[in-house]
Write a protein that binds this ligand. Sequence first.
Ligand code: NI
Ligand code: MN
Length: 227
Amino acid sequence: MELTYYGHACFAVKIDGKTLLFDPFISGNPLAASINPDQIEADYILLSHGHVDHLLDCPSIAKRTGAMVIGAYEVINWIAAQGVEKTHPMNIGGRRSFDFGSVKCVNALHSSQLPDGSYGGNPMGFVISGDAGSLYYAGDTGLTLDMKLIAEQYHLDFSVLPIGGNFTMDAEDAAKAAQMVNCNKVVGIHYDTFEPIRINKEEAKAVFDKNGITLLLPSVGETITLK
Ligand code: NI
Ligand code: MN
């Protein structure tokens, strides 16, 4: 599996020949100025919740690529109202098979509101599992014991966790989350974009190191191979 980081909480994973794009927020992120959202390819777009820093560029990328957008029922209603035709609504606890593997929607402790102020349903994380491997994307979340359930049901190759604090877990809590889901390879996201989530990257790495977990912090535009 290959992961490309597009800044903030946006990344793409190539799994079984399909490209899954998560939480596209590029045109509003000065740290992702080197990325042109009009050139990003996707077969599927997965949205963790309705906050604008997770879906700003979703409608335009979905319409151009024809990607299917997957997310909470309420988020998908809003996306469909923007003119996106291929959508698939889910909700927490749901699991569904696609041509790249399965998507399970898991609990995230956060909030969710769409750009027009309407209710976004429950925020969620995703476990993606297929022949090529398994990954957990936590979405925006605080640390929660529910993460232990993931370790009981899946063997994860890597996890993508927020580490910026303030709105989500910080590095210390994310390292604890990695232990709970029993995964020793973590890609850190959701940091540095805004003032309240600025971090010291070396300190964050040290926190994970101390717990025997590798924290990967790819730069914007960088592609890394995981598994
Ligand atoms: Ni959020
Ligand atoms: Mn966010």
